[in-house]
Ligand binder design. Structure first.
Ligand code: ATP
Length: 283
């Protein structure tokens, strides 16, 4: 019997980089929330002790480099599973976009295998395993709205933002998080006011949230890829109440409460890039 898991994309409401750690990772504080843009994962048991991945994407490998494959291998090793699995990924989330596409696939595989093989691992255990795969995986295992600290593995659940629409506009480039972190001038970055964003979430204050969202990586990504700034300006001019780059970019998102306004912004952004989405926050 196959297991189906939805793998939602995330956006960052904030991303702060505090310092570089002795283990070469960066200490971060990221407030993230899930949105209703999904990859779909299908897990089917197979007789041999193997992991197979199928997906249609020009940009994502279907071998052991795939984060879904890595998640299945980590799960099998941790729980000493000798069964095999076929993973089919229906990819809808843009790749190398700052929307956590690979991480959410990995998280969905961990959740799904837990059911398929009846392991009964807790969400915390799955998130801990996910941290070995990537720093956004623990958040994706938990979902909803949360702040991730440490190198992304410490998760604290937060109240969701006030209901709103999210318009995503991805410039026609892919950005590697590694490149952005390597080019980060850590002494001169702008730090988001994380406390203010937390206050806005607890107060469910949409205007305050929009005024406070911020991303310490944005200046670096913009320096390397000026088109990101161009798309952000277009999103602001189109009338989004809050606008920011998600993750290490290049996707720019706009937040707005009225559906009619969201539609107008969506239509206007389609004139500037091919990948534009209008979605809701799942939170
Ligand atoms: P984040 O926001 O977590 O930094 P991202 O959205 O910027 O992630 P991804 O879409 O996760 O980036 O892709 C980053 C890299 O991971 C790409 O080079 C891609 O080929 C690779 N990758 C491996 N497995 C997957 C997967 N299942 N889905 C998407 N990308 C994957």
């Amino acid at each position: 019997m196959a297991i189906f898991e939805k793998a939602p994309a995330k956006i960052n409401l904030s991303l702060d980089v505090l310092h570089k750690r002795p283990d070469a990772y960066h200490e971060v504080a990221m407030i993230m929330t899930t949105i209703d843009l999904y990859d779909h994962i299908e897990l089917t048991p197979i007789k041999s002790d193997r992991i197979e991945v199928t997906l249609y994407s020009r940009f994502v490998p279907n071998d052991e480099r795939n984060l879904a494959f890595k998640a299945a291998r980590a799960f099998k090793n941790k729980y000493h599973i000798t069964n095999g699995v076929h993973i089919n990924i229906e990819k809808n989330i843009p790749v190398s976009a700052g929307l956590g596409g690979g991480s959410t696939d990995a998280a969905a595989v961990l959740r799904g295998l837990n059911k398929l093989w009846n392991v009964r691992a807790s969400v915390d255990e799955l998130a801990e395993l996910g941290a070995e795969i990537g720093s956004d995986v623990p958040f994706c295992v938990h979902g909803h709205t949360a702040i991730a600290t440490g190198r992304g593995e410490k998760i604290r659940r937060l109240p969701p933002p006030a209901p709103c629409w999210v318009i995503l506009a991805k410039p026609d480039i892919g950005v590697s998080s590694g490149t952005i972190f390597r080019n980060l001038d850590i002494k001169n970055i702008r730090h988001p006011n994380t406390k203010k964003i937390l206050q806005a979430l607890y107060a469910r204050d949409f205007m305050k949230l929009c005024a406070s969202i911020d991303n310490a990586l944005e200046d670096t990504t913009v320096r390397l890829y000026p088109e990101v700034k161009y798309i952000k300006e277009k999103m602001q001019m189109a009338g989004a109440t809050g606008t920011m780059m998600s993750g290490s970019g290049p996707t720019i998102f706009g937040l707005v409460q009225q559906q009619s306004k969201a539609k107008r912004i969506y239509n206007s952004m389609r004139g500037f890039c091919q990948e534009v989405f209008m979605v809701r926050i799942l939170g």
